[in-house]
Design a binder for this molecule. Structure first.
Ligand code: SAM
Length: 271
């Protein structure tokens, strides 16, 4: 897999499947935002940093056969999975573009809508990518984004030093690779600067308990993300074992709960 363009979270199978679970948990928030943005049948919808296409599949169903989804990512592995998934689902209206968004522009599509989630946090030039995303929209087109605005809201009760250090390490690893976890703090300011009108904005920060569906999202990230920190050499096996144990102990604690890392959702319209 020498040509694969990996990034800090990886493009291996466990991560690909984790992204699927993550999208399943987040889907109600996505569909609500896409509805408010006016995404509908017959449109051209851009999925910026689409990954293996979990959201692209839903967008393709919204666009229907007479519309299309233009899905862009730099990972060949993820795009291969997207293409296989689209074919398995009988979706013929998704086109994929393999592009490194730090180095290349977006396809010139004049889209009706654009969607991006958890990609601005990883690119080196997020403002340039935002400019290009807005540039790929037709006038009146809408942009929906979900990115973290305050990753440190990810808290666990009972409190745990090992877990808080895990959150610190995650944020540091993204920054070390040229990203910025709390990138939505900038996006919210840049969109009006780039001539967009804000249609709606809200913070999404859930409270989850171990027996609830939302807990599955952080649970999967602790499992896969922690192993990734070990593989990247950021966290020792011994320290990872302590972090894993802290999370597992919380799961067994009566009354335990967590707050998810806060995401800012913005729906914006190009004037
Ligand atoms: C956390 S995943 C999110 C995927 C998808 N948006 C989702 O919500 O399921 C981040 C994605 O950004 C992509 N990515 C990171 N840096 C990129 C870059 N410079 N150019 C293009 N894609 C990039 C990765 O390949 C990965 O698919």
């Amino acid at each position: 897999m020498s040509n694969e363009r990996d990034y800090v979270l990886g493009t291996h199978d466990d991560e690909l499947n984790r992204l699927g679970l993550q999208h399943a948990v987040w889907r109600p928030h996505c569909t609500s935002a896409w509805t408010r943005a006016g995404f509908t049948a017959g449109q051209t919808l851009l999925d910026v940093g689409c990954g293996p296409g979990w959201a692209s599949f839903d967008l393709a169903q919204i666009a229907r056969e007479r519309g299309r989804v233009v899905a862009v990512d730099r990972s060949r592995r993820f795009l291969d999975a997207l293409e296989a998934g689209a074919s398995a689902r009988g979706l013929a209206n998704i086109e994929t573009h393999e592009r490194d968004l730090d180095e290349q522009g977006l396809p010139d599509v004049q889209a009706d809508g654009a969607w991006a989630r958890w990609v601005f946090a990883f690119v080196r030039e997020p403002r340039l990518l935002l400019e290009r995303t807005i540039g790929a929209l037709k006038s009146g087109g809408t942009f929906v984004v979900h990115e973290y605005v305050d990753y440190r809201t990810w808290r666990l009760s009972p409190r745990s030093e090992a877990f808080e250090s895990f959150v610190t390490e995650v944020m540091a690893s993204w920054r070390e690779n040229g990203g910025e976890p709390d990138i939505a703090l900038d996006l919210g300011r840049w969109l009006p600067e780039l001539g967009c009108e804000i249609v709606s904005e809200r913070v999404i920060c859930e409270v989850a308990r171990p027996d609830e569906w939302w807990w599955e999202w952080p649970r999967a990230f602790v499992a896969i993300g922690l192993q990734r920190l070990v593989d990247l050499g950021r966290v020792s096996e011994a320290r990872a074992a302590e972090m894993r144990a802290a999370f597992a102990a919380a799961e067994r604690t009566n009354g335990a709960f967590l707050l998810t890392p806060a995401v800012l959702e913005i729906v914006a319209r190009k004037k």
